[in-house]
Design a protein around this ligand. Structure first.
Ligand code: ATP
Ligand code: MG
Ligand code: MG
Ligand code: MG
Length: 473
């Protein structure tokens, strides 16, 4: 029988514990004391200061299953969700870490032993990449592990392609970084896509499962690389990706955990077709939203809260597309808790709060989504090549459609949004608000504070009226 994702997670931690690693709990999705980071995006985040030498731990080897969100900042996969087999907004990163303890040789042999021994993957399905100039890593793979030369690819810095392999890993624009070696799994010739480094690497045949970073530098604001006190190791393997491999399926959405959430989403949206892409998006987004709320983020109009709000609204829109006209999304929370509450007790203990906050946010957006969608559809019916920026702003300002939501809907129809036009409309409105504020102060009226960008959805307008306004202006 196939291992469950729970068993795969546990086997990883047990393996590294047997190799002298301290198993450390996941840190919060909201990074503590790190203003350079929007959300925790990798296992190494909680150890950043240990790598930099500012913090010491009683152990020099650690292993974690870390909650990660990549929906903003340097690592942003929000736009990939629903389009690739392997990207989520929320995912779990399995990682092993060496703080000045072992380096390349042990990291590589641990990874190989786990994959081909414990997980029993066929060697000939694995491919590896190394940093172009890293002869040391190349030789370890080739001469010591025995990976044939035709399955080792040397790759340099980001070549600029959409999902280009990039064998120099950085947490953000600053912080610990270094060359890396990545392990890919070949899902088979029936799936389009070429090996890493080839022109068609963007396909989903060869899927990156594990990145081993050799932490050697601290990058400063000017981009200068300073050597770290001790060379270290930071690795990350997506639990959902390795689960897909070990459960013999291709897309992450086919694994046990996601299938349960997809069925729950189908139930709540009365959807018969379990292959509907919207169900995948809902399964992805309920994880991100619930875990973010459990870690203290609340939907709002700026920063982390606005990222959360944008993800919730994208989810609601997919429910709307499937026919929902009232709050439904929060009803997926019990299913998520059943799948993941044991591994992440904070999810279970916050279940009621998560549900309430999602429900409130849903009730609010369901008041305006219908009118907003009518306007958007009416405009798309005119078959525009580029969606009007003023209208996108109107949708944002009056109906609570974040720009990325409008863009996402347009993208499904092959239409792009005039974001420059959107920005200009936003700037005009800020200017008007500022002028109005000054005017009030000049008249010595009650001062209402700094004008905010966001004007809420309480100014309900009918689609006809908004369309008329838009036509005139
Ligand atoms: P990709 O090239 O596929 O976008 P990445 O190179 O950006 O992945 P890393 O930063 O190297 O990913 O993260 C380490 C591992 O975490 C990856 O090898 C992968 O298994 C997993 N991972 C990264 N991003 C995601 C995501 N958005 N959803 C699920 N798993 C992910
Ligand atoms: Mg990526
Ligand atoms: Mg990659
Ligand atoms: Mg990578």
């Amino acid at each position: 029988s196939k291992p469950s994702s729970k068993q795969i997670r546990q086997a990883f931690l047990d393996f590294f514990a047997s190799k002298g690693h301290q198993v450390v709990p996941s840190s919060s999705l909201v990074p503590h004391g790190d203003p350079t980071l929007l959300f925790t995006n990798a296992g190494m985040n909680q150890f950043k200061d240990v790598f930099l030498g500012f913090d010491k731990r009683p152990y020099s080897r650690a292993a974690t299953a870390q909650k990660c969100v990549r929906a903003g900042g340097k690592h942003n996969d929000l736009e990939n969700v629903g389009y690739t087999a392997r990207h989520h907004t929320f995912f779990e990163m399995l990682g092993n870490f060496s703080f000045g303890d072992y380096f390349k040789r042990d990291a590589i042999s641990f990874a190989w032993e786990l994959l081909t021994g414990v997980y029993a993957l066929p060697k000939e399905r694995l491919m590896v990449t190394v940093y172009a100039e890293d002869d040391e890593a190349y030789d370890i793979w080739h001469k010591e592990i025995g990976v044939p030369a035709d399955r080792i690819v040397r790759i340099g810095d980001n070549k600029g392609a959409r999902y280009a392999s990039d064998n120099f890993w950085m947490m953000g624009d600053t912080g610990p970084c270094g060359p890396c070696t990545e392990i890919f799994y070949d899902h088979g010739a029936h799936i389009p896509g070429g090996p890493p480094g080839s022109p068609d690497e963007d396909g989903d045949r060869f899927i990156e499962i594990w990145n081993n970073v050799f932490m050697q530098f601290n990058r400063d604001e000017a981009g200068v690389m300073h050597p770290l006190p001790k060379p270290s190791v930071d690795t990350g393997m997506g639990l959902e990706r390795i689960s897909a491999v070990l459960q013999g399926v291709h897309a992450n959405y086919e694994i046990d955990l996601f299938q349960a959430l997809i069925k729950a989403a189908a139930r709540e949206t009365n959807t018969v077709d379990l292959d509907s892409p919207s169900l995948k998006v809902l399964a992805d987004h309920i994880r991100a939203c619930s875990f973010l709320i459990a870690d203290g983020v609340i939907p709002g109009n700026e920063g982390r809260g606005y990222v959360l709000r944008r993800i919730i609204r994208r989810a609601i829109r997919h429910g709307y597309k499937l026919g929902c006209r009232a709050a439904f999304f929060h009803k997926l929370v019990p299913d998520l808790v059943a799948e993941m509450g044991e591994a992440y007790p904070e999810l279970a203990s916050n279940q009621a709060r998560v549900t309430d906050i999602l429900k409130q946010e849903e009730d609010r957006f369901f008041e305006t989504i219908e009118n907003g969608m009518q306007i958007l559809e009416a405009e798309l019916a005119t078959k525009p090549v580029i969606f009007n920026g003023d209208l996108a702003f109107k949708l944002h300002d009056t109906f609570g459609f974040p720009l990325d939501l409008t863009a996402d809907i347009c993208r499904e129809r092959g239409v792009t949004v005039d974001t420059a036009g959107f920005d200009a409309a936003m700037a005009r409105q800020k200017e008007q608000a500022r002028a109005a504020g000054k005017f009030k102060m000049a008249l010595n009226l009650e001062y209402e504070g700094q004008a905010t960008v966001f004007h809420g959805y309480d100014r309900l307008e009918t689609p006809a009226k908004v369309l008329a306004l838009y036509k005139d202006g």
